[in-house]
Ligand binder design. Structure first.
Ligand code: PAF
Length: 286
């Protein structure tokens, strides 16, 4: 695997690939790679002869009381993992290599950035959209791979690409789960043993929600109440939101009449976890 720390190095490494017409795929990450990330890399590998992974803990997408300093940065492990996966290029810049002294320009995807996590993490999706736009401009990938675990992020990025006519294909990839249903996340490593035992309650709640819909419940409120009960019973310290939204607009749905996305953010101890599940009007999961 080749490693680039500057924008110039990325461009130099990728220029011959681009000239040769080889399809370049990008997997943007903040490192602390796990099987979820590796599933994106594997999918990218099957579609692109050139696989680039970015590892950058983007400070601008963390709020003032969030876990920027604590965020895991096991770079040697990550590089070994990329090597093992046959990644061609890892872009692992320092903050200054990306932002210089400061950045005055931001990309904002209005409306889609506002509900769900956006309501509780002001400015988060502006920072995500901005760094992703920058990464697209730096790497100029033909395709980029995003996990559905961060469903709102995927919707925001897809809309940014459409609105700005960016020449990149966004490839969504399914959530990878532990055997007990917990969605893989770099933040799972913050969980104590007890919290780790409790955290699958989120997925259990999502499935419970799907089951209630499958049994014919159409009132989103009633489904949300059932899901919240399940998460509370599972030992969550705090529920940030349980929402049922339109999968495209992310607007709250009152009556379940078509496909919806069940979305949850909850704390176990001081660790904030998110998860989601796509469900059609008949309650089938997708
Ligand atoms: O999903 C992430 O890890 C980050 O939000 C991303 C897309 C790499 C942007 O910093």
């Amino acid at each position: 695997v080749r490693i680039a720390e500057t924008i110039a190095q990325v461009r130099e490494i990728l220029l011959p690939e681009r000239r040769a017409g080889r399809r370049i795929g990008l997997v943007p990450t903040m490192g602390a790679l796990h099987e979820g990330h590796y599933s994106l890399i594997k999918k990218c590998r099957t579609e692109c002869p050139v696989v680039a992974v970015s590892i950058f803990v983007n400070p601008l997408q963390f709020g003032p009381n969030e876990d920027l300093d604590a965020y895991p940065r096991p770079i040697e492990e990550d590089l070994a993992g990329c090597e093992e996966q046959g990644v061609d290029l890892v872009f692992r810049p320092q903050v200054a290599a990306v932002y210089g002294d400061s950045i005055l320009t931001t990309v904002q995807v209005r409306e889609l950035s506002e509900p769900l996590c956006g309501e509780h993490r002001p400015g988060h999706f502006d920072a995500v959209a901005t760094i992703v736009a920058k990464l697209f401009n730096i790497v100029q990938p033909d395709a980029a791979y995003f996990g559905e675990k961060d469903y709102q992020q995927l919707v925001v990025v897809r809309r940014m690409v459409a609105d700005l006519s960016l020449p990149v294909q966004i490839v969504p990839c399914p959530i990878v789960r532990e055997l007990d249903g917990l969605a893989m996340s770099s933040r799972n490593r913050y969980l104590s043993d007890e919290e780790r035992q409790q955290a699958p309650a989120i997925f259990a709640a999502l499935r419970a929600g799907a089951e209630v819909i499958a049994r014919g419940e159409r009132d989103a409120r009633a489904v949300i109440v059932r899901m919240a009960e399940r998460i509370r019973a599972g030992g969550a310290t705090r529920i940030e939101y349980v929402s049922i939204v339109d999968p495209r607009t992310l607007a709250d749905v009152a009556e379940i009449a078509g496909p919806v996305r069940l979305c949850v953010a909850a704390y176990f101890g001081s660790t904030r976890l998110i998860d989601n599940l796509g469900v059609d009007a008949g309650g089938s999961e997708h």
